[in-house]
Design a protein around this ligand. Sequence first.
Ligand SMILES: *[C@@H]1O[C@H](CO)[C@@H](O)[C@H](O)[C@H]1NC(C)=O
Ligand SMILES: *[C@@H]1O[C@H](CO)[C@@H](O)[C@H](O)[C@H]1NC(C)=O
Ligand SMILES: *[C@@H]1O[C@H](CO)[C@@H](O)[C@H](O)[C@H]1NC(C)=O
Ligand SMILES: *[C@@H]1O[C@H](CO)[C@@H](O)[C@H](O)[C@H]1NC(C)=O
Length: 677
Amino acid sequence: MLLKSRYCFLLLMAIASLAMASLDAKQMLEAPRRSSVIANFRGDLGIFLESNYSFKDHSFSSGIYLVNSTTKNHQELLVPGKESKSPQWITDHSFLYVKDVGDSRSSIFVFDIDSRSEFGLYDHSAPISELSIVKDSGRYRVIFSSVDASGRYEPSDHSNVHVYDSLFVRHWDHWKTGERNCLYSIILEQDSENIRTLHSVTSTATDLLKDTGLECPIEPFGDSTDFDATFNELVFVAKDPHSNPATQTRTVVYLLNMTTLKLKTLSTAMGACSSPIISEDGSKIGWLEMRTPQYESDQNQIIIYHPKTGKKQHIVRKWDRSPASIQWGTLPNGEKGLYATADDEGRKNLFFISMKRDIVIPLTKDGSVLSVSNSNGPELWLSKSSFVRPKYFVLYDVAKKEEKLLLDANLGLKKSSYEEIWYSGTGGRKIHGWLVRPQNFNASITYPLAVFIHGGPQGSWTDTWSTRWNPAVVANSGFIVFTIDPTGSTGYGQGFTDDIALNWGGRPYQDIVRGVDYITSKIPYVDGSRMVALGASYGGYMINWIQGHPLGRRFRALVCHDGVFNTLNTFYSTDELYFPIHDFGGTPWENRAVYERWNPSNFVDYWATPQLIIHSSKDYRLTESEGISAFNSLQYKNVPSKLLIFEDENHWVLKPENSLRWHNEVLSWITKFVNDN
Ligand SMILES: *[C@@H]1O[C@H](CO)[C@@H](O)[C@H](O)[C@H]1NC(C)=O
Ligand SMILES: *[C@@H]1O[C@H](CO)[C@@H](O)[C@H](O)[C@H]1NC(C)=O
Ligand SMILES: *[C@@H]1O[C@H](CO)[C@@H](O)[C@H](O)[C@H]1NC(C)=O
Ligand SMILES: *[C@@H]1O[C@H](CO)[C@@H](O)[C@H](O)[C@H]1NC(C)=O
């Protein structure tokens, strides 16, 4: 029997090690992709979207799923199909969702959980993207966002041309055409207890932003966190109509009476406001506010506005983190306040903010929190992820600070495969990084090092899952991945973030040099003679900068994705001009010395390390000429180099087939050079 059980044990070990062997790019791209989970009012059921890509079928399959708090780790498919999205609870056992019905039209459907059946409520003549529902004694108001094409520029002849006479000709990945996002509202009523009697009172939706010229949600990443409502009032953010959107970050918080469509301006800050929220009784309105004009990474301050008195309160002023979003919440002891998530030392952590006590209570520390639902209950529904776990859902007991698993996303990756490190950077400041090892890590051999440099530059390598720049995938192809958060990164106090301004190739470069020194001297399983560095966006700028500086000679190969080659050209060709204006202290003609000082193209003379360049044609932030210029320089100098152009991608390579090719090219490039003798 002993033999047999030992045999079983060995077999189990073999199966386990097979399952854990390693996650490659293909498996990572085929893993389920989930939206955040949304709990119903009672907090016992949740809904979410999931989609899977198949390299066999070359397509996504997706659907709306149910998760039940009493049955652990089980998901039930309710609505299959890619065209169904944006589910929102309307009662505890029914939800609305949007179905794209073709011809750029959308319908709003209601799904009844008890009968597992659905029916249509409302048809809209344009695509709908975000839904939000507010209840008022038996009636519901549904607010949704859609596109208003009435301002679209149409040439009067048979030409095909974009014509402009003012700034902001394109944004992120599309040309500006005069279309804008708008908010609409419909009223629903129910004749009896039976959800089947739910119907729309209005046959056409009210255009809530009619004649205002305002756009909400704000392009290109705006979503339902750009607005919030009671039954009668809507609070939302929009770009300031009196500022140029290409040169100013200013967004304004507005309050709209949805009966009279009378608009009131609430905020006065010259920077960007975001995450507006209104309490259920309308007595309090909150938002996040940046104060420095033209600075997209200024610290978000939390403002609470009291409509009755007109008073504004700036709370938790001393908190040195920049919350990404806020929402109303209640602690188990009944205390009301706000839940907020913020970058915090390499994680996205959850905090409770007490208005009464004016304090911030840190909550989670493990993995990252991506969203919070059921925020007035004693158990929050959190959507989380980490470097080794795609999005998973937990019930978080706020009083005990403990979590219970609701729905996992386990790909068999080991939590022990990564750890955080701190080292001393420029001026003795502590710098944070993550060290990610392969799944089949063997401490008695040495590995090549892959240094990851993030974009932003005001960003962070947070302990989250991503299908782009996934450290586990690169580690599993035989590297130790070292992610660095140098000066300019977020989550370490605003001063640390601010210090990259006017200093792009200065302190951050020195922090990276010190990080590489630290790893090669302190980590025995890293082979310092076999190192590569990779970066995108600002990280790609840094790769081009490193190429022209001594650190470049220590790497066997470099990878630059959508990077900056020429800071001057970047200023003239980018979409959001305020960004270089802030980070370089003005325009090139006002502050040319700073642009020249930190311009990678001024150091091409020294370029000598093999480099892979990747750029995408729809990247209107950093245009493809940056990538082509860097490639031409490398080729002219006979430095081994390769250029990939993705014609149908933006700043990010998102399509799974393109992404697989991206991974194969990047991994074979870095592997080849670390294996050459
Ligand atoms: C995605 O794959 C998982 C199993 O890996 C499966 O449970 C789920 O139903 C799939 N979802 C879709 C939308 O195909
Ligand atoms: C949730 O699970 C409980 C316990 O298994 C069950 O009684 C209930 O019917 C489930 N709810 C739904 C909507 O499936
Ligand atoms: C909206 O305006 C109407 C008409 O003036 C008024 O009766 C109502 O109280 C206003 N709603 C709110 C929430 O202020
Ligand atoms: C780890 O590497 C050593 C040295 O190459 C080798 O002898 C050993 O078998 C390896 N261990 C495992 C578990 O692969």
